[in-house]
Design a protein around this ligand. Sequence first.
Ligand code: ADP
Length: 175
Amino acid sequence: MRERLELFKGDITTLDVSVIVNAANSSLLGGGGVDGAIHRAAGPELVWECRKLNGCPTGSAKLTGGHNLKAAHVIHTVGPIWRDGNHGEPDLLTKAYRSCFALIRQMGFGSAAFPSISTGAYRFPLEQASRIAIQEGLAALEENLVLRKLIFVCYDAATLEAYQARIEQLAPVPA
Ligand code: ADP
């Protein structure tokens, strides 16, 4: 699995993969952060398509086209807003990742890229969020052999460091 998992530091909208994941808000009508970047790069047709979806509950995921993106598809998922950790936040973040991987499997996508869901404006602690992301990613790679490449996009140095540390803990390269 480890060899099918990659970290990329940069902008998710530049990636040429089957599908990119958007960390959206429940309206699906656009926002800041990665959501804003994806809508800007995809063009206005993306929000027109999203309007027809009637939003998305936290932990769920919905599929659209990629429009002007290199990726032909976008999965919009909604991670939890961090309050204090006692409001089901870890379970909801796990659910968001699983909803995306279920769609990826259902659609037979060969490559996918994820941002660090909930760790920006939604303030989910990076250490715990990166552990959930890597755990769920490795589990998906194990059960879905059609998925040849899974990229976790780390937009800043702190995110990249956290993901690197989690990979070393959870999927060490054999000596
Ligand atoms: P959330 O509301 O789920 O926290 P944000 O978009 O605020 O979502 O942040 C999620 C992560 O996406 C953060 O690590 C942020 O730095 C990162 N990010 C912002 N812009 C981009 C981009 N263009 N490509 C990839 N990641 C991005």
